[in-house]
Write a protein that binds this ligand. Sequence first.
Ligand SMILES: Nc1ncnc2c1ncn2[C@@H]1O[C@H](COP(=O)(O)OP(=O)(O)O)[C@@H](O)[C@H]1O
Ligand SMILES: O=P(O)(O)OC[C@H]1O[C@](O)(COP(=O)(O)O)[C@@H](O)[C@@H]1O
Ligand SMILES: [Mg+2]
Length: 327
Amino acid sequence: MSDKAINRIAVLTSGGDAPGMNAAIRSVVRASGHFGKHVYGIYRGYDGMIKGSIKRIERHEVGNIIHRGGTILKTARSYEFFTPEGRQRAYETLKAHNIDACIVIGGNGTYTAAMIFSEEFDIPMIGIPGTIDNDIFGTDFTIGFDTALNTAIDAVDKIRDTADSHNRVFFIEVMGRHTGHIALHTGIGSGATGILIPENNVSIEELVDQLRKGVKRGKLFSLVIVAEGNKNGGAAKIAESVAEHLPELESKVSIIGHLQRGGAPSCHDRVLASRLGASAVTALLDGKTNKSVGIINDEIVFTEFSDAISADKSPKKSLIEMTNILS
Ligand SMILES: Nc1ncnc2c1ncn2[C@@H]1O[C@H](COP(=O)(O)OP(=O)(O)O)[C@@H](O)[C@H]1O
Ligand SMILES: O=P(O)(O)OC[C@H]1O[C@](O)(COP(=O)(O)O)[C@@H](O)[C@@H]1O
Ligand SMILES: [Mg+2]
């Protein structure tokens, strides 16, 4: 708890951008205005905090952005913020603009930085989970996850048409460097034969077995969804490994990549971002600090940064097990 009066709130977006970040910025600005507080936007995440890229954002400036992907505040990965000198410079920027508190919108790296910063300096920090990866504990969903899934499933549906027409196996790589939420949901939603994620450790032999069984059942085409962070390597490498066992199958590789990060946020992400943005502001005004705001079972909840980063947010085991039954 912090008992300092809060009049000026800074907001930034950091790490990988995610559809819905703009809706969250809008909500922070509008909710702060409602309580008579001023909002300052920091550009390019912690890099902008260090370099002094900060300016007041008025209510009208967040009009017409709720539906836009990306982030009007831009984002960055700042290597200087890892150093005490960098963070000291960042603090000086905040002091120079009389900032009383910060709201950071980003993923686990952004939260780690906020936690370290608030331990070093007396600036209350609240985090809003914005990442397509859905890898933050303390919320059912992160902002951008739903939109990324819709983009991925749309791409896979299109690939299915051509896979079906040619009787081919497609190895489709989706994002998720450390976690398989996107791949698991896309795989279930597309009825994939195989889903390879960091959390299920499916081996090439097991995948080959699944594909063989499909062929035996008369399956003429197959989809295999691969999270970029799975232990067997990317989709291209997996396709090569499978071909050594099943040279008779014609296979193709498709990497969906950064398409998944762009585009208009889904309604789900806009509503989620709006709720989290407004709750982040009221949390600061209630004296909360060092916490992530999330929604669990439709209720707003607050989680210590340390837990949000480190507690287990792996996909549900039952969901992973179900894929073996349905494929
Ligand atoms: N341990 C850390 N110490 C200081 N800053 C950090 C730390 N981890 C992450 N950051 C800052 O947060 C930024 C965003 O983190 P990153 O992991 O890239 O994205 P995300 O927040 O989306 O997970 C980094 O570029 C860096 O500036
Ligand atoms: O922007 P980059 O450097 O290509 O990062 C790609 C990574 O960012 C993500 O899209 C999102 O991750 P973060 O939100 O944690 O930054 C990952 O799924 C992907 O591995
Ligand atoms: Mg991350």
